[in-house]
Write a new protein. Structure first.
Length: 294
């Protein structure tokens, strides 16, 4: 990805989101730009207009931490946006070695047996490990059943991928009870990963594929939104157990930077907990059927 273009479009998109009133500035007259002017951002960040214009053109390499922090405050960036700005600056200042696209690994990453044991020990929730491209890399039995349609839609030789499922499989429109917010989150996670690891060839290919095949993806990608996917609630409609509301928590794996362990659980005593237990029973029955047929 073109780092200068990424920086330019990100800064312009954040500047457009802030009104003069939100920034504590008078509205003024004859405003021809959406949001703040470059000069207003420069004043708020305490830098010259010329220097901010240079940054917004994508020349962010060498910007000091103090300048980046001042810029984050001026643009009222949240934690995820601030981290994304720092990632873009780090990528711009990287060595030539870091700037070379990483080759694909000839072998798919496999979880250590202790990680799989940990996932399997979680019996009341759907637990899985994904990377920043949203490939499902390791799951417990309940997560495998929960994402049954994601696995079914995966092409041979490719890991199941939540982004491809969301935008390219019609079943996703039923699976996500609120598809549009789920799609927003998916793209924001990919955009965050693109800033964190801009030379991932597989990520480039995934974004290119989705941009080519999905207008919904292209529109969201152009917004340059990013986010940290930590905790919350989501509503789903599973093809086996119907409507289900689950709480989730996502944990960054210290032993493997870039991977996230996520666990979906249901409120105790709720209909969703009953649905999750029914799904676990369905998964166990299906495993028994497969074992009997082998």
């Amino acid at each position: 990805m073109d780092n200068r273009s990424e920086v330019r479009e990100f800064l312009v998109s954040r500047r457009a989101k802030i009104s003069p009133g939100q920034a504590g500035l008078p509205p003024g007259r004859n405003r021809r730009v959406k949001g703040l002017r470059r000069s207003e951002v420069a004043v708020l960040a305490g830098v010259s207009i010329e220097y901010y214009a240079k940054l917004e053109r994508g020349s962010i390499a060498g910007a000091s931490p103090n300048v980046l922090e001042a810029l984050a405050r001026a643009l009222q960036l949240d934690d995820a946006e601030r981290a994304h700005l720092l990632d873009l600056a780090n990528a711009a200042s990287g060595t030539s070695t870091l700037k070379r696209p990483r080759r694909r690994s000839s072998e798919q990453w496999k979880p250590h047996r202790s990680l799989q044991w940990t996932l399997d020990a979680i019996t009341d929730g759907a637990a899985f490990v994904r990377n920043g491209r949203m490939d499902l890399l390791a799951v417990n039995g309940l997560a495998r059943a929960f994402y049954d349609q994601v696995y079914a839609s995966a092409a041979p030789g490719r890991p199941p991928n939540l982004a491809r499922f969301t935008f390219l499989d019609p079943a996703a429109r039923d699976f996500y009870a609120q598809w549009a917010p789920a799609a927003d989150i998916t793209v924001a996670i990919l955009r965050t990963e693109a800033g964190r690891d801009p030379y991932d060839k597989d990520l480039h290919d995934l974004i290119g594929e989705l941009s080519t095949r999905s207008e919904e993806f292209r529109a969201r990608w152009a917004s340059h939104d990013v986010r940290h996917h930590g905790t919350g609630d989501k509503n789903f409609h599973h093809h086996v157990v119907g409507d289900i509301t689950l709480a989730y928590v996502g944990l960054e794996m210290a032993a493997r930077p870039g991977l996230t362990l996520t666990v979906y659980t249901a409120e105790p005593g709720s209909p969703s907990q009953d649905a999750l237990r029914l799904l676990a029973s369905w998964a166990a029955s299906r495993e028994q059927e497969h074992a009997a047929s082998d």
